[in-house]
Each structure stands twice: as structure tokens, then as C-alpha cells.
Design a protein around this ligand. Structure first.
Ligand SMILES: [Zn+2]
Ligand SMILES: [Zn+2]
Length: 164
């Protein structure tokens, strides 16, 4: 059994995890609270409405690339420490996303210390919405500031004595 360090294992709620079945074991519409069976042309949804509703909710809350770009937009593509900004007209999209990074104010790795769990689907949803992808815990930083903040955090963390 290999043990991956907590800091490198990404905590992701995959879209398939929302699949649910009726008592006979056949697949139900993926949308939360919907008890219809999927209907063609959809394999996982009963209707265009459920498909649209669920996918919108999922991508804005669980898909990191999307959450990150929502935070960049909220912060007007500006580093929240040094105020350097990367307006769209000066940089192409990929260039900009290379220079800006989305920082967790309280680091992700501290989720357990903050009373969150990542075991059941219910807990995964709660932890993701309230902690990992909570916009209030996220801010836009340039890569230089992000590096500085991260190394400062690491040095603080490393300075804590390992045992009494
Ligand atoms: Zn449905
Ligand atoms: Zn900066």
C-alpha cells in the first residue's frame, strides 16, 4: 500500500459520484432530487432542464478550473497582495492563467483541523462547497506573491515541533 502525502492528493468530487439508482438498480436522473429515469438523447439525465441545471451547478462548484476562473474574474484579474493586474487585452487567455494563481487563504490541507471530512459523498459536497471551493477562502495572487505566501506557510508549518 502506498501512502501519498496529504498535500499532493487532490480532493475531487467527480461528476459520476452523483449517479444514483432506484431500488431495482436502474440508473436515475443525475440531477439532485430528481427521481425520473434518464431519457434519450441523454444517458444520465431525464430532460434538457435537468441536464442544464445539474451541469451548471456542478461546474461552478466542483470543477476547479471553473471555480478558479470565477475567482479571477471577481478579483478583476488583479493580485490581491501587490495589485499587479493582468487585463485581458494585454495577455492572451493562457498567458494570463499562467501568471495568476488562485490561493487558498486557509490552506486546503487544514480541512480536518477545520472540522471537515472527505469520506461520504455528503461530506465531500459540504467540504468542497464550504471550504475548498468557497470563494471567501479564495483569492487571486500573481505567481511571485503566491510563491512567497506558500513558502512562508511551509516554513511556519515546518517550525512546529513534531513531538512534545
Ligand atoms: Zn431529471
Ligand atoms: Zn502579486
Amino acid at each position: 500500500m502506498s501512502v501519498r502525502p496529504e498535500t499532493t492528493s487532490r480532493k475531487i468530487v467527480y461528476i459520476e459520484e452523483f449517479d444514483k439508482r432506484d431500488i431495482d438498480g436502474s440508473l436515475l436522473c443525475r440531477n439532485i432530487g430528481c427521481k425520473n429515469h434518464p431519457r434519450l438523447p441523454y444517458r444520465k439525465y431525464c430532460s434538457k432542464k435537468c441536464n442544464k441545471e445539474f451541469r451548471h451547478w456542478y461546474y461552478h462548484n466542483f470543477y476547479w478550473e471553473r471555480v478558479r476562473s470565477d475567482v479571477f474574474k471577481r478579483d478583476n484579474y488583479t493580485c490581491q497582495i501587490c495589485n499587479r493586474s493582468y487585463p485581458y487585452r494585454y495577455h492572451r487567455r493562457f498567458d494570463r492563467s499562467r501568471k495568476l494563481e488562485c490561493d487558498h487563504i486557509i490552506p486546503r490541507s487544514l480541512y480536518e483541523q477545520n472540522g471537515y471530512k472527505f469520506d461520504t459523498l455528503e461530506n465531500k459536497i459540504k467540504t468542497t462547497l464550504e471550504f475548498f471551493h468557497n470563494h471567501n477562502n479564495l483569492r487571486t495572487l500573481c505567481s511571485d506573491c503566491h510563491k512567497r505566501v506558500t513558502s512562508k506557510y511551509l516554513s511556519i508549518k515546518l517550525s512546529i515541533p513534531r513531538s512534545m
